[in-house]
Every structure is written in C-alpha cells, then in structure tokens.
Ligand binder design. Structure first.
Ligand SMILES: Cc1ncc(COP(=O)(O)O)c(C=O)c1O
Length: 461
C-alpha cells in the first residue's frame, strides 16, 4: 500500500477497482466486493497484507508444486537475469538454460518424445499443438484431416483454439466459440455420466464406442486429434473410469488420430508419477506442459513433440521452408533457469514420491471426513488432486439449484478459517491440489478447516 499512496492517495483496494480487469471474475460483483490481496508465501502458506495466513490447498492455480518461497529458484532467476536477461530461439539461436532444460524434459518424459517447443502458458502450448497437428497433416498430404475431438468438462485453456477444446459453456458463450473444427464427446465421469449399474470397465468401453462412432460419423479422413487430460482438473476433477485410456487408444490408432495428453496439471508429479501418462499407460503423440514446469515462479510452457510428428516435419522441412511459428518469449532463458532450479528441488526432495505418499493420506482422510457429510455427493481424486462434489440429495445426485450452490460458500467459509480451496466452474465442486511438498500434518490442517467450513455451510442451509 505504501508504494502507491504517495502518488495516488488511494488504497490498493480502490486502485484495483479503478484499474484491474480480473480474469475469471464476476465483473460487476467484483466492483462491490473488491480485491483480496495476497502478499507473501512460504511452503504451503500464503499471507495477506494484514498478516492473516492461509494454507493454500490449491497451490495457486494448481501450479506451485514445490511450494512458495524457495530461494533456490529466486536465486536462479536473479543469476540468469544478470547474466543474460533475454535471448530468443528463432532462426537457430539458443541459450544454455533452454537447451539443457529441453534435454532434461525429454529424459523425464514418457517414451517417444523427440523435441521440445517452448511457450509461455498452457493455453498457448495447446494452440501450438493444434497448429502442429494441422501442419503435420498438411505436410503428409492429408490437409482435410483437421477436426479436433475433446471432452465435455475438459479444460485446455482460454486462447481461441484451446478455449474451443475446453468443454465448458462459460468459455464459449458470447465469445463466438468453439471454432468449427472442434467436437466434444462425453466426460468420462464415473459419478454423474456413467449409467447406474454399469461397471467402470463397461463405461470405458461405452465411451470408446462413442468416440469410434463420432470419428466414423465425421469421417476418419477429417479427424486429426484427440485432446485429453489424464485426470480432468478445472472441469471437476474427474478421474477416468477403469480401463478408459486402454479402450480409447486403440480407437485413435485405428483411425490414425493423434493423442494429445494435456499434462498441464497432471505433469510434474501431481498424480504421484512424473506424468499422468505414466500412471495410465498413455502413449501420447504430443504432450502439453506448463504450471509445474516452473511451479509458477515464472511463466513457461512446453509442447513435447513425439517422433511420429517430428519425423514428418523433418522429412519435409526442406520443401516447405522455415517453420512459421514461435513466441518471442518461448524458451526464455530466465524461465528455463527457474525450471531447472525447480526440477532440482523436485529431485532433491523427491517430491513425486511425496505426492504419492501424502496423496494417499489426503485421499483417505478426505473420504473418511466427507463421504458421509450431508452436503457431499462424491469425493474423488488421485495423488494430490482431489474434488468434492456437493449435492442436494445423495440418492438421486440432484444438484443444488443455481444460487444455492455450495462450493462458493464452502470456499468462502474456508477462506475465513485460513484455508484456500477452489470452487470450480464445471459444477458444484471444490478442488484441492496443494503443493507437492505438503506434509501429512498439513493435510490434517486442511481436513480440519474444511470440515468446519462445511459444517458452517450445512448449518446455514
Ligand atoms: C489441463 C490444462 N490445460 C491448459 C490450461 C491452460 O493453462 P494457462 O492458464 O497457463 O493458459 C490449464 C489451466 O488451468 C489446465 O488446467
């Protein structure tokens, strides 16, 4: 506050109201309610300017995987910015941190990845992947193979192509989206979408059949790729039913349709494995990464490009000329240095194993605490990602009506108790995705505060 008062004589809250366009915010409400400022963080904790502390059980936006306040990353940023604050990777130029990072990512990634193309956000990396898919099909003589299949409730970002892939009406309504190439198939949600009485395995078969029929209906020569998060995040934390990816992948292979694994949340340890693809035996052609790549200390994303695509590009590159795509800040050396320091911490502290162990504790504690709670219909998750879905009636799974939605109230009640938990846009669902460095004791703090918050909301309704 002191920074702005001398010149503007306005509080930070007033300045915010006057100047900031908040993304993913109810614009008119914000003008009434105002901003909630966070000013510092350490470990799983953040604090506001009044010193009130919050356990951030969402790791910002599912991204601060190493936790806050890691001076190693800050030092790496500082050193790199002093040494070489910027250089690009266009026209065969490069910098040491981005080269070393690409090599490291390929060694960590699932088999079959050939090259790394850097970006700045998960959204732009998905747009890059869409363009790569179209480019690849053009170059191999299939220019009509352009359609993209994603899933209802899938989240892939907000840029024109990635928002189109996202399966949430909020991102399409009034934005003139989705683009005409995109189709959506059913959400693999075993709680709401699976028919009563069907086994999970049979539900997976049903979803694979739907995908097969969709591709047949569109015409296999027109369908280019399928986009999927291993575990769906923002659309409601949907864990795939048993055998889902085993059933889906042969359908894609049969129709020569590429698989893009959007690992923006699942990548870098969240599911207790380096990548979600490892857990579900996914063999992607492209992988989208961001968030945990730098743990949000600085923006960076990366598209990992598989051999199949790379080989076509390299074979035809002499005929088509330079690859006409790239971002000014792609492979930014400061971001790459931050990513390297971030990955050093992952390895030194064995955060992926911690996510598996403490993740089991999180999953068990939350189910024990909330599965029978009167407001709760379903508790689900894997590793350190968890969703709690609220229902008005457990038997029929009837949701609460519009304004009575529970998740925002629980989030608010949790906020008052020093806990950050996020209501999701895709349903009456609250998400947890804490830093991977969280301890069992800290998970117990989350459980306790969330229980108090839920009990308060239950009393008030
Ligand atoms: C799975 C997934 N893909 C893509 C994105 C978009 O990333 P960004 O917000 O960095 O553009 C997100 C963001 O939450 C995501 O969860």
């Amino acid at each position: 506050m002191t920074l702005v008062e001398p010149t503007h004589n306005l509080s930070l809250e007033e300045l915010d109201r006057q100047s900031v366009f908040h993304p993913y915010t109810a614009l008119a409400d914000h003008l009434e309610k105002g901003v909630r400022v966070i000013s510092e963080g350490s470990g799983v904790w953040v604090a506001d300017p009044n010193g009130k502390r919050y356990l951030d059980a969402v790791a910002g936006l599912w991204c601060v995987n190493i936790g806050y306040g890691r001076s190693e990353v800050a030092d790496a940023i500082h050193e790199q910015a002093k040494k070489l604050a910027y250089f690009h990777s266009f026209s065969s130029m490069g910098t040491e941190p981005s080269i070393r990072l690409a090599d490291r990512l390929l060694r960590l990634a699932p088999d079959g990845m050939s090259k790394v193309l850097f970006g700045n956000t998960g959204s732009d990396a998905n747009d890059t992947n869409v363009k790569l898919i179209w480019y690849y099909n053009h170059l191999r003589g299939k220019p009509g193979k352009v359609k993209l299949i994603a899933r209802d409730k899938g989240y892939h970002g907000v840029t024109v192509a990635s928002a189109s892939l996202t399966g949430l009406p909020l991102l399409h309504k009034a934005f003139n989206l989705p683009i005409p190439e995109v189709r959506h198939v059913s959400c693999p949600d075993p709680y709401r979408v699976k028919p009563e009485g069907l086994s999970e395995r049979d539900f997976s078969k049903q979803l694979a059949k739907e995908l097969d029929e969709t591709i047949e209906h569109e015409g296999p020569d027109t369908v280019a790729a399928f986009f999927a998060e291993p575990v769906m995040g923002a659309g409601g934390v949907h864990v795939p039913p048993e055998g889902y990816f085993d059933e889906i992948q042969p359908v894609l292979a049969k129709h020569d349709v590429l698989f893009v694994a959007d690992e923006v949340i699942c990548g870098f340890g969240r599911l207790g494995h380096w990548f979600g693809s490892n857990l579900y035996n996914i063999k992607p052609d492209l992988i989208t990464t961001a968030k945990g790549l730098t743990s949000g200390y600085i923006p960076m994303s990366a598209s990992l490009v598989g051999d199949k695509i790379w080989n076509v590009l390299i074979d035809t590159s002499k005929d088509i000329g330079p690859f006409g795509h790239g971002y000014t800040y792609g492979g930014h050396p400061v971001a790459a240095a931050a990513a390297m320091a971030n990955l050093d911490i992952f390895e030194r502290d064995d955060l992926v194993s911690n996510a598996a162990t403490v993740g089991s504790h999180l999953q068990a504690s939350m189910r024990e605490a909330f599965a029978d709670h009167p407001l709760v219909g379903h508790v689900r998750g894997v590793g350190l990602i968890l969703g709690i879905e609220f229902v008005a009636d457990k038997g029929s799974k009837r949701p609460f009506e519009g304004a009575a939605k529970i998740a925002p109230k629980v989030s608010q009640a949790a906020h008052a108790r020093g806990l950050l938990a996020r209501p999701l846009p895709g349903g009456d669902i609250i998400a947890l995705s804490p830093p991977l460095s969280i301890t069992k004791e800290e998970v117990d703090v989350v459980t306790e505060r969330l229980r108090d918050a839920l009990d308060e909301v239950a009393k008030g309704d």
